[in-house]
Each structure stands twice: as structure tokens, then as C-alpha cells.
Ligand binder design. Structure first.
Ligand code: FAD
Length: 566
């Protein structure tokens, strides 16, 4: 029998962006709050994300003269999500997301700016915006965290310049699209990092947290301002229901089981189940592997899902993830997502028959969804898929962990990457033989894409045909910034797995963030946000930041709802 050790108004489980924001909102509503986090680091996947937050009709964009409206955003969300999600939840999102961000910007250390040119992902749908809905973090000086910086989940090297220097999404895009002044900007960022002598004497870690790390560091500092306790090494396993409402939860803190009581309720924000192979096998399409996930190993194993199910909670979309193609790199603890590179001109992605199966520049969720669909058609020849590119591409652009060879020539790549991360040969035929892809199919496909590159028209998949595709294209390449011929040896291949950045199905909630049963009745005092809840975005990914946005917004909604409970 575990002992009751503590009582709070609200306990928040997990320390991702949704959970931490929810704790801030709850504290600011005058409630006593505790955060429990299973690992010895706070921040979860949120800390190693891009930190982008999708907030249609936000005040940042309007302040700069941008145009958007609630109705336009609702049209877009309804066109994307369809009837998979109750419209009340869509409306709750659109009503509260702008308020949530404005509150954080004005009352906490969070500092965001609007990505005016980052387009929504589904440009063909009514209400899609060409920019202004994604918000990105500015750099955050971690000095404010003091020693707490040691417990901050480190950023993924993929999100940092040269794997260590903090930069914003704005900087990263300028470099990737090779916009004017990009070289100078990189030199300036490198110098600023190197000349920070005080920090350099201590550590390689940049003083300036970036992207998801900036988001989490600023939330953590804001929680410290409010003296909200955060218990690390505290593993939640079970909910306690008394007289029809949640009265507490069972955790193991530093190995010791204990009961924490709640006066008002529990907000579950402990991520999805992507790190649990048994649950992946049970729910996700096959083949599926924990190792393909770009999320921190061992963390999000579905504890909230199982605890909710034990109380009769309804679930939805358990067969879906926030898909993203990934590549596993030797000695790295998690896979890397391949987000932007697929749009760069001169690389294509093929299946085992050597055929393209998708517009490579589409959003990452659709990309893997198409991989799975094609895998059925090809009888298992599309997972993994293969990115194919030539010496010209390799010199000029990054692909996964391969920085352009003008800065990282093949001779400087780790030996262990050859034939695990990338394959290389003098001819397309030889490359096809190395990776087990049909050589004639590949040759045909390359001839075809070379014709499309010359005309600028991808007759098969319309790559580069809209503003979203072109966002990551090379603005110097004409006539289509996403298409270039593949003809200059040596030729390269990189493996792409059917990965994810978290699962997106989970406990079903209503428009107040409250977990419901199959009959729609609420489990009183139980709220779920982020990837442990079934996404308000249904099976879609309408824009950059469409996972963090809902996690934080439903944290805002849940905290305000809890404040009203007696
Ligand atoms: P997490 O942030 O993973 O937090 C869950 C926390 O709960 C973890 O710290 C975990 O340790 C803890 N936990 C788990 N089980 C327990 C337990 N039993 N007891 C206590 N604690 C527990 N999304 C965007 O919207 N915008 C982006 O720019 C973006 N970029 C991304 C880039 C990369 C490289 C990756 C990998 C993902 C990106 N994503 C982005 C996706 C986004 O990061 C995740 O969908 C989001 O962080 C999930 O938030 P969460 O709060 O549900 O889970």
C-alpha cells in the first residue's frame, strides 16, 4: 500500500511544452500545481523539436499588418480535418490558441515571433494561408535557468548549426534556401558562439537555447518564477477515482511508490506511445519500429493511454502517428527526421522498384502515409525508401546528416556511415545493385525527372507546384526551385525509414480538454493534452506547429476549466 505524501489542486503529468504551459496557466489561476516527470530531464520531445506553434489568426501577424481571420482558419481546418473531429473541438482550438499565445508572450519569459512566409501545408485547400500562422521562438539565454539548465533535455544536433550552435528557424531557412547574405550570417553565428569565452570555458553547449529548447527553457524559467515544483525521476502509472471523480494518482518517485492527492484534477501530458514496441505492434501499421522514431528513447511509452483505458476512457486514431521519414545514424540515440531536404532540387525518393511514389516535397506526415500505401502496392518494397541524388546535389545541399560536401566532403564523413546512412557508386546501375533497387526502374525514373527538371513541370506528382513545396526549394534554381537533373556522378542513396515524431492517437477528449468515455460522458477531473490525447487535427498536419499548438492550447483550456471546479 503506497503512502499519501502530498496534496495539490492540480497535478500535471509530463514536462513537454503542453504540460509546462498548463502548469503555468493553472498556477496563474491561483491553484497549487505539481509537475511530475518520469526522466531525469525535463522537456520531452518538445525540447528537441523546432518549437514552431501553429496559431491561426494570431496577434503577432496582425500587429505586422498580416491578414487572417477566425472564419478563414475554420474553413481551412474543416477542409483538412473533415468530420473526423467534433467541430466544437476545432472551434475551441481556434478560439483559444491566439489567447494562449498572447498570454504567454505578455506574462511569461516566452518570446516568439511570426513566420510570415511559412505556408500552411495544404495549399490546395480553401482557407490555407501562404504564411503568418506559424510562430517561432527567438533564442533564449539559459543563464536565467541557473543550475536547472543541467536538467534541460538537450536539443537534437539536427536542430543546431553544426550540431552545436543555436539558431532560429529564420536563420535555418535563410541558409537552406541560400538567400542573399546566408554565408555572412553563418560566419556571424559561428563567431558569436566562439567569442562567448565565459561559456566556452565551461561547455560546448550554446548559452542561447534555440527552437524547442528555447521554448522549454523559457517555460521552465517561468515556472521557476512562479515556484511551481517539478519532480524529475517520477514515473506515473495509475489514476485513482473516488466517488466518480479523479482524486489522485500513483507515481514511483526515485523508485519509491507514492500517492499524490488532487483537489481539482489531473492533466495528463505525458506524450504518446511511440517508444513502446508492443503498443506500436498492436496499433500502428506494419512494419513499425521504435528505432525509427525521432523522439527520446524510453520516455513516451503510453502510460497515460493505459491509465485512461483502465478507467473506461474512449480512444481514437491509435493507428496514426505524426509521421516523418527518418534516418538512423550510428552512435546517435534516436533517429533524425528528414523534414526539408526532400524539397531540395536534385534529389528524388524511390521504392524498391526504382519508382517515385509521392511528391517528395509534401509534408512529412503525408510522405510516410504514402510510403505505407505504396508498400502495400509493391508488396513490401517501399519501407524503407531511398533518397537518390548526384554529385552536384551532394556538393550543394544537405541530406539527413550529410552536410553539403563543400563543407563536409566524403573523406571527412565517419566511416561507419558508409552503407548504413549513405551508399555511393559511380553509376546509377551500380548504386541500384548496392541498395537492392531495380536498376532499370531507377534509370527510367531518373531520365523522367531530368526531363521534368528541364521543363519545370513534374508531370507525375506536381512537385514544386505550390508555395509550400517551394518554401524549401532553392530560389536560385530555374524554372522550378524543387527540380534539378540527376546526372553528375558519383551517385548517392540515403535510406529513409517510416518514422515518426510522436504518435497522434490517444485518449478522446471534449472541447474542454476533459477525457470522455465511449458514451461521451466525462471522467470528472481528468484532462489529456498533447500526444497522449487524440489529436484535434485528426489524421492531418495542417501547418508547422500543429502538434505543439494544440498541446499548449488545450493546456490553457484545461487549466481554466479546472479553476472553475469546486
Ligand atoms: P513530450 O514533449 O514528449 O512530453 C512528454 C513528457 O512526458 C516527456 O518528458 C516524458 O518523459 C514524460 N512522460 C512519459 N511518460 C511518463 C510517465 N509515466 N510519468 C511521468 N512522465 C512521463 N511539433 C510542432 O508542433 N512544431 C515543431 O516545430 C516540431 N518540430 C519537431 C522536430 C523534431 C526533430 C521532432 C522529433 C518533433 C517535432 N515536433 C514539432 C513534434 C513535437 O515535438 C511533439 O509532437 C510534441 O513535443 C509532443 O508533446 P507532448 O507534450 O505530447 O510530449
Amino acid at each position: 500500500q503506497a503512502n499519501v505524501t502530498d496534496t495539490y489542486d492540480v497535478v500535471v503529468v509530463g514536462s513537454g511544452a503542453g504540460a509546462m504551459s498548463a502548469a503555468i496557466f493553472a498556477a496563474d489561476q491561483g491553484m497549487s500545481v505539481l509537475i511530475v516527470e518520469k526522466s531525469d530531464k525535463y522537456g520531452g520531445t518538445s525540447a528537441l523539436s523546432g518549437g514552431g506553434i501553429w496559431v491561426p489568426n494570431n496577434h503577432f501577424f496582425k500587429a505586422r499588418g498580416g491578414e487572417d481571420s477566425y472564419d478563414k482558419a475554420l474553413t481551412y481546418l474543416k477542409a483538412s480535418v473533415g468530420d473526423q473531429v467534433d467541430e466544437k473541438r476545432l472551434r475551441a482550438y481556434l478560439d483559444n490558441a491566439p489567447k494562449m499565445m498572447q498570454y504567454l508572450q505578455e506574462n511569461t519569459r516566452l518570446n516568439y515571433t511570426v513566420a510570415e512566409r511559412y505556408p500552411d501545408y495544404y495549399q490546395h485547400l480553401p482557407g490555407a494561408a501562404p504564411g503568418g500562422r506559424t510562430l517561432d521562438p527567438e533564442l533564449f539565454d539559459t543563464t536565467a535557468l541557473g543550475d536547472e539548465v543541467e536538467h534541460l533535455q538537450p536539443a537534437s544536433p539536427t536542430t543546431l548549426l553544426l550540431g552545436k550552435i543555436g539558431w532560429t528557424a529564420r536563420h535555418a531557412h535563410k541558409a537552406m534556401a541560400k538567400e542573399r547574405g546566408w554565408r555572412l550570417m553563418i560566419v556571424w553565428l559561428m563567431l558569436r558562439y566562439k567569442l562567448d569565452f565565459k561559456q566556452r570555458r565551461k561547455t560546448k553547449r550554446d548559452r542561447r537555447a534555440a527552437l524547442g529548447n528555447a521554448l522549454i527553457a523559457s517555460l521552465r524559467a517561468s515556472l521557476m518564477d512562479r515556484k511551481v515544483p517539478l519532480w524529475l525521476n517520477t514515473d506515473f502509472s495509475e489514476l485513482i477515482e473516488t466517488n466518480g471523480r479523479i482524486s489522485g494518482l500513483i507515481v514511483k518517485r526515485n523508485g519509491q511508490e507514492q500517492v499524490i492527492q488532487v483537489r481539482k484534477g489531473v492533466i495528463l501530458g505525458s506524450g504518446g506511445f511511440e517508444q513502446n514496441q508492443a503498443l506500436r505492434d498492436k496499433y500502428l501499421p506494419k512494419p513499425t519500429k521504435v528505432e525509427w522514431s525521432a523522439t527520446p528513447p524510453g520516455r513516451n511509452t503510453g502510460a497515460a493511454l493505459e491509465a485512461g483505458q483502465a478507467l473506461g476512457a474512449a480512444t481514437a486514431m491509435l493507428d496514426w502517428a505524426w509521421w516523418a521519414p527518418t534516418i538512423s545514424v550510428p552512435k546517435e540515440e534516436k533517429a533524425r527526421g528528414v523534414f526539408a531536404e526532400r524539397a531540395f532540387p536534385g534529389a528524388i525518393v524511390v521504392n524498391g522498384e526504382g519508382k517515385r511514389f509521392v511528391n517528395e516535397a509534401v509534408g512529412y506526415l503525408e510522405f510516410v502515409d504514402e510510403m505505407y500505401k505504396d508498400n502495400i502496392k509493391t508488396n513490401g518494397k517501399t519501407v524503407p525508401a531511398w533518397a537518390i541524388f548526384d554529385g552536384h546535389f551532394r556538393f550543394n545541399y544537405a541530406m539527413g546528416p550529410l552536410m553539403p560536401s563543400q563543407v563536409m566532403p566524403d573523406s571527412r564523413l565517419p566511416k561507419a556511415w558508409h552503407k548504413t546512412v549513405y551508399w555511393k557508386a559511380d553509376s546509377l546501375e551500380a548504386l541500384a545493385a548496392e541498395i537492392g533497387v531495380d536498376a532499370a526502374g531507377l534509370k527510367d525514373t531518373v531520365e523522367r525527372i531530368n526531363r521534368f527538371a528541364a521543363s519545370g513541370n513534374d508531370e507525375d506528382f506536381q512537385r514544386g507546384g505550390n508555395v509550400f513545396d517551394r518554401y524549401y526549394g532553392d530560389s536560385n534554381v530555374k524554372p522550378n526551385p524543387c527540380l534539378a537533373p540527376i546526372k553528375k556522378g558519383p551517385f548517392y542513396a540515403m535510406r529513409m525509414d517510416a518514422g515518426d515524431i510522436g504518435t497522434k492517437g490517444g485518449l478522446l477528449t471534449n472541447e474542454r480538454g476533459c477525457v470522455v468515455r465511449e458514451d461521451g460522458s466525462e471522467i470528472k477531473g481528468l484532462y489529456a493534452i498533447g500526444n497522449c490525447s487524440a489529436s484535434v487535427m485528426g489524421t492531418t498536419y495542417p501547418g508547422a506547429g500543429a502538434t505543439l499548438g494544440p498541446a499548449m492550447t488545450f493546456g490553457y483550456i484545461a487549466a481554466h476549466d479546472l479553476a472553475k471546479q469546486t
